[in-house]
Structures are given as C-alpha cells and as structure tokens.
Design a binder for this molecule. Structure first.
Ligand code: SAH
Length: 216
C-alpha cells in the first residue's frame, strides 16, 4: 500500500520539482525540500505556502516568491563549493534564513522591525539548524564584527549599493540585491574581485524598499 503523505509534503515536493526545472542549484532545491515554508507564515495562509507567490508576513512586509529566493541563492553559490559566512539583510519571516542555514557555515541576519524579528526567532529555533545569528538593527550598516562575508543577500531594495556591504564582503565574495531604479527595480549582482568591483544586471525585481532605522 502506498504511504499517504500530507498535503504540505506533496506541495513541497511539487515546488522543488518546479525549481529543479528552472536551473536552480540542486543544493538550493534540497534546502527548499528541508525547510517547511508553511512553518514561517500565519496558519491562515498555510494552504498557499507552496505556491510560487509572494505572501504577507505582517508590518506591510512580504515573503518573496520561492522562485525569486531560489534565484538569489543560486547566484551566491555559483562557482563555489562552500559558503562560509553569509549576511542576510531583511530577516522578515526567517524563511530565507532557514534556507541559508543549509547552504553555508553560518548566517547572520538583520531585521529592522522588532515585531518581525520576534516572530522569526522562535520559528527558526524550531526549524532545527543552529548556525544562524539574528539581530534587530539597520541593515544599511551591515554587521562588521561578523564579516568578512562570502556573500550578502538583501531582501529589500536600496537606491544604491551601501558602501558598508561592499566593505564587509570578502575578496571573491558576491552581493545580490534588488536596486531601486526609476519606478522599478533590478536584481543586481556585485562581485568583489582583485581587479575591483564588478556589477552585473540580472533581471527585473519587485521587493519592499530597504529603509533606514529600527522600528519597535
Ligand atoms: N527574506 C525575508 C523577506 C522579508 S521582506 C523572508 O524570507 O521572509 C524584507 C525585509 O527587509 C522586511 O522584513 C523589512 O522590514 C526588512 N528591511 C528593510 N530595510 C531593512 C534594513 N535597512 N535593515 C534590515 N532589514 C530591513
């Protein structure tokens, strides 16, 4: 007799299958399999957890679409066997933080809205891996004591690449961020190389704005 699997497991399986068809790094797809997205959103929305959609997480913020998160994580792993320290700007729900715990030695994640940090913290603790550190703070400043970082991922869009992020990037490291441009946004990759900073335009983006200061 076939084992009956719960609906969330089936839906997660379909999501991972879909990601593998979109040139997502298999390590990233595996992280999407390990981390239960429905644990990072309000129970009332859990039935939509594995759709490729943006979901509200409160405080006017959103959890990005899985395909967009997968694209960002695939970029930071490109050409690398292993990532050591990674900085995430915008903890939000903690979902991407949980994915990152499967992809690097330690994640450092900053959130400016205390109310979101307070919800993400117990959810991350329940998710299993312990290789993360959270902080309530202004992500524009980065997290200097924890750097340099092999990668920095921003889930909120500033108008220009913050100098602190470039300073805290390890040589050979990369930064993936949405940049506000005109009325829209572009997803941009910034590589720190021996020859200098190289910026590559990737695709269209639609993230919440990166704002200064701490709330709460
Ligand atoms: N990766 C998150 C996405 C959250 S949306 C998730 O998986 O749920 C982006 C988050 O960035 C929001 O929670 C917002 O409050 C936060 N943010 C915006 N500007 C910030 C800043 N300067 N420093 C830290 N967090 C910031």
């Amino acid at each position: 007799m076939a084992l009956s699997r719960d609906a969330n497991t089936e839906a997660r399986h379909r999501l991972v299958g879909g990601l593998l068809g979109q040139q997502v790094d298999p390590r990233v797809a595996d992280a999407f399999w390990q981390v239960k997205r429905h644990h990072f959103i309000e129970p009332a929305l859990a039935f939509r957890a594995y759709e490729d959609v943006t979901l509200p997480i409160g405080h006017q913020q959103t959890l990005s679409r899985p395909s967009v998160v997968a694209r960002q994580l695939t970029e930071i792993l490109r050409g690398r066997k292993r990532l050591r320290y990674v900085l995430e700007v915008g903890t939000g729900s903690g979902y991407q933080t949980a994915l990152l715990t499967h992809l690097c030695t330690r994640v450092y994640s900053i959130e400016r809205i205390r109310g979101l940090h307070d919800i993400a913290e117990p959810r991350l603790a329940a998710a299993g891996n312990r290789n993360y550190r959270l902080r309530v703070g202004d992500g524009f400043k980065g997290w200097a004591e924890a750097g340099p970082f092999d990668a920095i991922v921003a889930a909120a869009a500033p108008a220009a690449v913050p100098q602190a992020w470039i300073d805290q990037l390890a040589m050979g490291g990369c930064l993936i961020l949405p940049l506000a441009r005109g009325a829209g946004q572009r997803m941009v990759r910034v590589d720190k190389t021996e020859d200098g900073i190289v910026q590559t335009d990737l695709t269209e983006a639609s993230f919440v704005p990166c704002l200064r200061g701490v709330v709460g």
